[in-house]
Design a protein around this ligand. Structure first.
Ligand SMILES: Cc1ncc(COP(=O)(O)O)c(C=O)c1O
Length: 446
């Protein structure tokens, strides 16, 4: 009751009328955010928070970029919508820019959706149409979206509410060096055993019946897991050998997050399709899509592309994305994460050394995770979907917010992924607040 009395008018109305995603609704009282500027967001009471996870790893440009705001105003006056069956100037421009960012010398073509889940579903649908094969392989440690098909591709517990899901999706195990499912601490061995496992799954499923393998090149909300060297290359080799389309879900890793336009380039592994969303517009407006390499896109020259949405290639959204891509280019933001990596890596490793509750600190670019554990030896997660008291983590997030910093987290994972425009002092502000809040968490757990 005390909580409700203290809550602001906006919070009370929000709790009364809005269903908030991925949550039991009772007792939710996050701040009501009303304004954003650069790496900061502000609540209705004027309190400032450093947006240390770029919203949901998506506001790569920081908030309220003036050039993008101007582009929005100008496009709003000119054209907000035309049906996707018409051609459109901004759509053509944007598609060219995105295809030139993609890793294919042969180039390719773009299909537009409204978000990441649709992008993954359309990528899979295209792969099935192109190959005529029925099945898709996806990783257990993955998230590909919430709608029915994308939730079925997802391997984590967000899949369960969609079960039994769409037919034809088979999950497999992927490397996780900190908690190896392949019983080894050796990265090389992890890669070897993981690839052997994939070959075995293919053998049992019949590779000729597999249309696509879909993977996050760096696993996102399941822990910023980087695959050990050679794994992605190995998956590429195996899929190529069997004529299987390799889809990278770059919804989180795209547009500079790892220090390259796409993670494909950071790792030097070239998929056949790239699903994107989030930072394509710096999350200012909803946009997703699929980039398809030319040799595959050509299939649809004489075969119908059985995909489409009212908002596919929405002219207003296209103009916003164009302005965002221009800002990325002008401020060299698609490689700036390499500089941010140089600040974040040592700072987060120091947090791991200082606080026993941090089991692992890992990541690359401007994309890191702290994995929290009860005990460093056993690596027992502080909270997992299999149990553990969520209260300490809830309190940790509240304590961090009281210090003016927000991070996105799931169970025992904290995602540290600031806007690519962030200054060094702002990174230090975020790390300082994490340091104090982790210290408090350790004292509470004693
Ligand atoms: C890797 C990945 N794929 C897909 C999605 C789903 O995207 P959307 O929420 O835009 O549907 C997400 C969302 O967090 C994601 O992280």
């Amino acid at each position: 009751m005390r909580m409700a009395e203290q809550a602001s008018e906006h919070q009370v109305k929000h709790a009364r009328y809005v269903l908030t995603p991925w949550s039991a609704q009772a007792g939710l009282r996050p701040p009501a955010i009303v304004r954003g500027q650069g790496p900061f967001i502000y609540d209705a009471e004027g309190r400032r928070y450093l947006d240390f996870s770029s919203g949901l790893i998506s506001v790569n440009l920081g908030h309220s970029h003036p050039e993008v705001v101007r582009a929005m105003q100008s496009q709003a006056e000119r054209l907000c919508y035309a049906a996707p069956s018409f051609f459109n100037d901004a759509r053509a421009e944007l598609a060219e820019i995105l295809i030139k960012l993609a890793p294919w010398p042969e180039e390719g073509r773009a299909f537009f959706t409204t978000g990441g889940a649709e992008a993954n579903e359309d990528a899979v649908k295209m792969a099935r149409l192109i190959t005529g094969r029925p099945k898709v392989l996806a990783a257990y440690r993955s998230f590909h979206g919430s709608s029915y098909g994308a939730a079925t591709l997802t391997g984590d517990d967000r899949r369960f509410a969609a079960e039994p899901g769409i037919p034809g999706v088979v999950h497999f195990l992927t490397p996780y060096p900190y908690r190896s499912p392949f019983f080894t601490e050796e990265p090389e061995e992890e890669t070897r055993r993981a690839l052997e496992h994939l070959e075995l799954i293919l053998l049992h499923e019949d590779p000729q019946r597999i249309a696509a393998v879909i993977l996050e090149p760096v696993v996102g909300t399941n822990g910023v897991i980087m695959y050990p060297e050679g794994y992605l290359e190995g998956v590429r080799r195996i899929t190529e050998r069997h004529g299987i389309i390799l889809i990278f879900d770059e919804v989180m890793t795209g547009f500079g997050r790892t220090g390259a336009p796409f993670a494909a380039q950071r790792f030097g592994v070239t998929p056949d399709m790239i699903a994107f969303a989030k930072a394509a517009t710096s999350a200012y407006v909803p946009l997703g899509g699929v980039l398809v390499r030319e040799s595959l896109a050509r299939h649809f020259d004489n075969n119908v592309l059985w995909c489409g949405h009212t908002f596919s290639g929405h002219p207003f959204v296209m103009a916003v994305a164009l302005a965002v891509q221009q800002a990325y280019r002008e401020d060299s933001l698609l490689t700036r994460a390499l500089e941010i990596e140089g600040w974040l890596r040592p700072a987060l490793e120091e947090l791991r050394n200082r606080h026993a509750v941090v089991g692992d600190a890992r990541g690359l670019g401007a994309f890191f995770a702290l994995e929290l554990v009860r005990d460093r030896e056993s690596r027992e997660p502080l909270v997992s979907r299999y149990g553990g008291d969520p209260a300490p983590l809830r309190e940790f997030h509240a304590a961090l917010r009281s210090r003016g910093v927000c991070v996105f987290g799931r169970y025992n994972i904290l995602l540290i992924a600031p806007p690519l425009t962030i200054a060094r002092e702002e990174v230090e502000l975020g790390v300082g607040a994490l340091d104090e809040s982790l210290g408090e968490l350790v004292r509470r757990l004693r």
